[in-house]
Design a protein around this ligand. Structure first.
Ligand code: AMP
Ligand code: MG
Length: 348
């Protein structure tokens, strides 16, 4: 398939491009588009065949549901059975923005879109291009991240092109994503609000609005139960090299990783993901990525997936990462890093 690639102004996208993208969705095709979190791979959420195509293009397991994106709050009522008061309050505060809420689905949402679940995940993104695209396409866009399943999520147009060229009808490139990590997911479909995936909207921000928020133990704790967001059980975000997170106090982490660099066998390429303060201490590593520090944690999130992808481009065999336990985004950043490392963590 020939994939149309269009660059647009993130704040003022060309109307003709938006119309073309909308027409592709209305005729059952797939379009990758920017959001403030990561790039999404969109299809008509109310068309089971379009959802089937999304799973195929990504190589995504079919029990891993898609998020339905809307561009007007009122559009939520057609795809849900009921919207609790809590959701209205949260929407008032966080929508449009990086928060996904799960509700009981209505009959017009195909099972294919929700991976067979009777619930639907809904998000109203703040990116102007996402909003214009969703409207041009009829209002309901099912979209997971626009990467091949298992790879790091795309945070710029080149990442999408690398994974999706020839697999989908169109890519809309509006430059780098602002947040760089997927949305926070909360479940409001039954009982008290529960967080299923951490993101930019953290538990403190939610609690300020609706009181205490429970967290899915399978994701945030040590429980071996299956996560309630099915996608959280899969290996994700992963670079091709073998990745290890080294946690502990600063100097011990640096000396542990430095020993590993010195002991490596001939021809093995090693990269280190480091905080700014340690970045020039990893002598002998093939690549050191200064990903930021606690004072500019937004930068860490913005750069994370690009850094993991660059490890692949540089054919890195072994990746060591420090821990980035930052105040506001730390939970979200570490959740993604731990999954990228396949839970391979060493405490020193
Ligand atoms: P992605 O768009 O790649 O970030 O994947 C969407 C995430 O939302 C996956 O982890 C899904 O498992 C989760 N998700 C989507 N719909 C639901 C739902 N109805 N219930 C629970 N999790 C969901
Ligand atoms: Mg994803």
């Amino acid at each position: 398939m020939n994939t149309i690639y269009e660059k647009v102004d993130p704040l003022d996208p060309d109307e003709a491009v938006m119309k073309k993208a909308g027409d592709i969705i209305r005729s059952g095709g797939l379009v990758a588009f920017p959001t403030e979190t990561v790039y999404g791979l969109g299809g008509d959420a109310l068309d089971a065949d379009a959802s089937a195509k999304i799973y195929e293009a990504k190589g995504r397991p079919s029990d891993n549901p898609l998020i339905v994106h809307i561009a007007k709050f009122e559009d939520i009522y057609r795809i849900t059975q009921s919207v609790p008061e809590e959701a209205r309050i949260l929407a008032e505060r966080f929508w449009p923005g990086p928060l996904t809420m799960i509700f009981k689905k209505s009959a017009i949402v195909p099972d294919k879109t929700t991976g067979g679940l009777d619930t639907v995940a809904v998000r109203f993104p703040s990116h102007p291009v996402a909003q214009k695209f969703i409207e041009a396409a009829g209002g309901y866009i099912a979209a997971p991240s626009a990467n091949i399943s298992g790879r790091p999520s795309p945070t710029n147009g080149e990442h999408v092109l690398a994974d999706m060229d020839t697999r989908i009808d169109m890519i809309i490139d509006a430059g780098p994503c602002d947040i760089g990590l997927e949305s926070t997911i909360i479940d409001l479909s039954s009982g008290p609000c529960m967080m299923l995936r951490p993101g930019y909207v953290n538990d403190r921000m939610l609690s300020e609005v609706i009181g205490e928020v429970k967290k899915d133990e399978a994701v945030f704790g040590n429980s071996s139960a299956a996560p309630k967001a099915p996608g959280m059980k899969y290996r994700h975000y992963a670079p091709r090299g073998e990745m290890t997170i080294v946690a502990g106090s600063g100097d011990r982490v640096v000396s542990f990783i430095t020993d590993k660099i010195n002991q490596r066998s001939e021809g093995t390429k090693i990269a280190v993901l480091s905080c700014t303060k340690n970045a020039d201490r990893y002598k002998g590593a093939d690549l050191v990525f200064d990903v930021g520090d606690a004072a500019n944690e937004k930068l860490i999130a913005q750069r994370l997936y690009d850094t993991l992808r660059r490890c692949d481009e540089e054919s890195i065999d072994i990746i060591y990462s420090e821990e980035f336990d930052t105040p506001s985004l730390g939970l979200a950043i570490m959740n993604r890093l731990i999954k990228a490392a396949g839970h391979n963590i060493i405490r020193v």
